[in-house]
Write a protein that binds this ligand. Sequence first.
Ligand code: GAL
Length: 897
Amino acid sequence: MGTMAERRRNSLPFLLLSAIVHFAAAATATANSGFFGPFNVSYDHRALIIDGKRRMLNSAGIHYPRATPEMWPDLIAKSKEGGADVIQTYVFWSGHEPVRGQYYFEGSYDIVKFVKLVGSSGMYLHLRIGPYVCAEWNFGGFPVWLRDIPGIEFRTDNVLFKDEMERFVRRIVDLMREEMLFSWQGGPIIMLQVENEYGNIESSYGQRGKNYVKWAARMAIELGARVPWVMCQQNDAPETIINACNGYYCDGFKPNSHGKPTLWTEDWDGWYASWGGRLPHRPAEDLAFAVARFFERGGSFQNYYMYFGGTNFGRTSGGPFYVTSYDYDAPLDEYGLLSQPKWGHLKDLHAAIKLCEVALVASDSAQYLKLGPKQEAHVYQGNNHIEGHNLTRYIGQGVCSAFLANIDEHRSATVHFLGQAYILPPWSVSILPDCRNVVFNTAKVAAQTSIKSTANELPLNFIVSGEKIKKSSGTSYFGKSWMWSQEPIGVWSPTNFTVEGILEHLNVTKDLSDYLWHFTRIYVSEDDIAFWKEKDMRPTVSIDSIRDVLRVFVNGQSAGSTYGHWVKAVQPVDLLQGYNDLVLLSQTVGLQNYGAFFEKDGAGFRGKVKLTGFKDGDIDLAKSSWTYQVGLRGEFLKIYTTEDNEKAEWTYLTQDNVPSTFSWYKTYFDSPDGTDPVAIDLGSMGKGQAWVNGHHIGRYWTLVAPKGGCQPTCDYRGPYNSAKCRTNCGKPTQTRYHIPRSWLQGSDNLLVVFEETGGNPFDISIKLHFSEIICGLVSESHYPPVQKWSLPDSVGGRISINDMTPEMHLQCEDGYVIASIEFASYGTPAGGCQNFRKSSCHAPNSSLVVTKACQGRNSCSVRISNAEFDGDPCRGIVKTLAVQAKCISSSEHLSAL
Ligand code: GAL
């Protein structure tokens, strides 16, 4: 293999480059796991080359531990149905090696099972080993014990770190190889990743950072996985590694060497949320625009981060302050239901890109045509020699696909392309798989909208002796009484220890718990009391900097709390004459997962820790003797498990006697019937953690988002950022928490809630999550369903379709049918889903037509044409069909008949 310079001198076409960077299957590759025949993966400057063919690939990001193994098959199937070719996941080191040297690959961490499921669905897999992953995951995916290795420095040229990193990456590669999961073994893995966005922070590490990048690349390649490796956000990635792009848009991105394809490892299709934050949404039109622009401008692999975000179960959420839900506004919502119209619009987009694949891979680069001030076309033509020639001559002589873009944020534009006029909505791309017919425009959404509802809002204390409550949805359950147990404030076990001074939080807890109690005694003299009276003041606990939460207790009573990310804490307290018990409770809410040197961030307190306002001056608490206690008693006794919950003393709760802080509550509930995803509504509670049958469903915190900063409507046009289309202002960021169905049994499910600040467990309820209202809005100016076009024949490049009529497609979730059509108007209806209105142009039989086609069905299609509605309700005007339908479960529908 020659150097890059030598290769350039050879200046042969891309075929040679692809031969140089190939990862040929060894002749020795024997058996395979049977998903595919063994195949090679290599690449050239244009694309990944899979089994000898360049491919245009769409990938769905799904992190296996953010779901349960029982959910995986459905998530993978929905990704495939949505048009993804690849599933992408990180590997979560902290989950796989919770204790150094002790590996765990079971349950939600059964990565082998996950990869095999991907393979058996006929999809490929991109495995991002990292092992630093960021991902809003606790400590960025690093096991917390890593920071305890003396002398270790993360993500730099540090031999201790490199040894640990290499050991884990090797372990994963070996595991995948043993399980025959690489492409050349017939498995689904086509690509790997080492590190993650190191380029963003590399400069902080100087020369050692550069050395580390080179080392990581060499280490990865030498593991002999024989599929390509990527580094994302790594402009100085060595020649052996493909540097890839992450972002909301990556269409301007070019890899750092001509021999590498343009890959987009993270297409941020939404964003994560923080406690007390608003909920970000990325509009489907803009997302489709970004993806279309990427393929238009030479991209060949694009991954949705996330396609399914899921849930940060347990204490896996990263920080600062990331919520338990990792919904991400992804095409599949936190519960695995389709998020519409996003999922459907992208499905159409993927189908359109697939129609172009033959032409896209046949060309080494696009022909660029300027069509207007902010309008342009990129044309991909099988014949490589179009440059400098009249394009029209070549149409029909080989495959040809084109993208027409209008990057004007405000205005539509009419453009002329190869002798035809095309109208392009603002901020949109039209896709022409045959350089003639538009099959898709990113701003024209034909996919339905679904509105999620929650049903079965029975509080858990709803006791009816002997009889279950029948709800309208046909589901039934009842809860039993609530019981309560007190968590002690401060020291609770002989595991406590006493030292002088303030210890770093994580050094003590090892992150086995969020909670670290600090206990000391303060002597207050008569003179101090007199001094405070005279000055009308209170002494104050003052800490220069804390994260994430500090609670102060004096003589067993709460004095107050502070939360934030390294903020100053100033807490006035009431002290009595004589000895006072002072307890400082430091809490983490997800460890830091991003930034240079983040392992040095630690937690707890920084700087001076003082009691101010005493007559003789401040008391330096860093010189006091402190007794430390890690965690909660209930946590360590595991009173949230069915086996051990009796280790606590439980008493019955009554409505008028709910204890407020530091309380454990438990009850039992029956599982709701059916298969709808289940959530628990903890909106009546304050802050804490919850478990169901011993499974930790996550932290909860009913922190309210600011009142302002949400947009009443979301305009898809123009560059997206995470502040652009937010909802949920003035409301708690999260109140509903997912309980995976597989964690439930029919009846007597143990629910245990640990509450820190006070709340009312009697208002906790179990809710079902489903799409109740679905809406469609399709007009005559929409394109016919993309799926109706035939694949282009590779000789003539022609695509065909029999019927150019646009259609509205409506579908309820599996197990649901359309019960009623709540609104239908063919004409010029106004408004949007949930507030459609008829206008003067309205076909009187609209409702009848739609009801006939849809009622009682899981899915239906209605053609958008006058013929369908017995004539034209208003001549010369573009007609639109608007429909709002209600889905109910099939069983409920049957029993209503
Ligand atoms: C990227 C990172 C991902 C994730 C994302 C934000 O920078 O690579 O792991 O953290 O940001 O969701």
